[in-house]
Design a protein around this ligand. Structure first.
Ligand code: SF4
Length: 273
């Protein structure tokens, strides 16, 4: 994920920080050596207390062939989904299944709740207003390209009227998400909002309690499956941030946790003048 910032990108990034309520930044790229050299062993001083979470839910899945490349692995999952009718969302006005988009070898994966109207129309996750904010967070906030990461949702069909997906719908669709995660093997997953957080972590806590820490996360163990053991951070869903922009600075704190863990250069605080 080597990054350089040209003048336009730097300006956009500074504008993003201002919008997130972050002030007092150097107006030049920061020294990448200021962060951990090894993403696997980040500076502990920067990390919040880790919390062990055990996901116990058993899922019944097809087993991915271990010889497939990552793109082919994702293709195989999409083919297994087919014209899916496994839950009621298939008959509640969906135009198409919204599978996921991005780099099959991404180090960072974002998981949202489910497609909205724009996503249902175009078949791509996070391209509406909330998606534009997420893109802004990825590009201007974290200094990455959207193509660097992978983006998917818990449910792959649009819930009618953008309602929250039911637990049963999440439980039915999430095995495909787990398989996507197991193929991609990201170093870190960001769960966007309560539905993604609760589905992935298998806990029922308020967002305020779920945010601000790094979780050890494993996909549910099934016979013969490629398992994932990685890290997960929870933050607010961009749609919630659009409704309550005051929480953007909190989301920014969560992204900073991710950036520190992955060794992504961060803006330095301006020293007292
Ligand atoms: S939400 Fe998932 S399980 Fe339900 S119909 Fe769509 S693809 Fe199938």
């Amino acid at each position: 994920m080597a990054r350089t910032l040209d003048q336009n990108a730097l300006s956009a990034r500074l504008e993003f920080y201002r919008e997130m309520g972050i002030y007092g930044l150097y107006r030049r790229p920061v020294d990448a050596t200021a962060v951990s050299e090894n993403p696997e062993t980040p500076d502990e001083q920067y990390l919040p207390k880790k919390k062990e979470v055990t996901v116990t839910a058993e899922k019944t899945l097809n087993v991915l062939q271990p010889t497939l490349s990552k793109p082919d692995g994702l293709k195989a999952i999409r083919e297994d989904l087919g014209d899916c009718t496994r839950c009621v969302l298939h008959k509640q006005g969906r135009k198409q299944i919204v599978f996921g988009v991005g780099n099959p070898s991404a180090e960072l994966m974002f998981v949202g709740e489910g497609p909205g109207a724009d996503e249902d129309e175009q078949g791509i996750p996070f391209i509406g207003r909330a998606g534009q904010l997420l893109t802004n967070m990825i590009t201007n906030g974290m200094g990455l390209k959207r193509e660097d990461v992978y983006i998917a949702n818990v449910v792959k069909c649009r819930p009618p009227g953008n309602r929250t997906p039911e637990r049963e719908e999440c439980d039915t669709c999430s095995p495909f998400l787990f398989r996507q995660i197991e193929v991609i093997q990201p170093k870190m997953i960001v769960a966007l909002g309560a539905v993604a957080a609760k589905t992935l972590l298998g806990v029922n806590e308020a967002m305020a309690r779920l945010r601000g820490q790094i979780y050890d996360f494993s996909t549910p163990r099934r016979p013969g499956s490629d398992l994932y053991d990685g890290k997960l951070v929870v933050t607010y869903h961009p749609a919630y941030l659009l409704r309550d922009p005051r929480q953007k600075s909190e989301a920014w704190k969560d992204l900073q946790i991710v950036m520190r863990y992955l060794g992504i250069p961060m803006p330095a605080k301006k020293s007292a003048e």
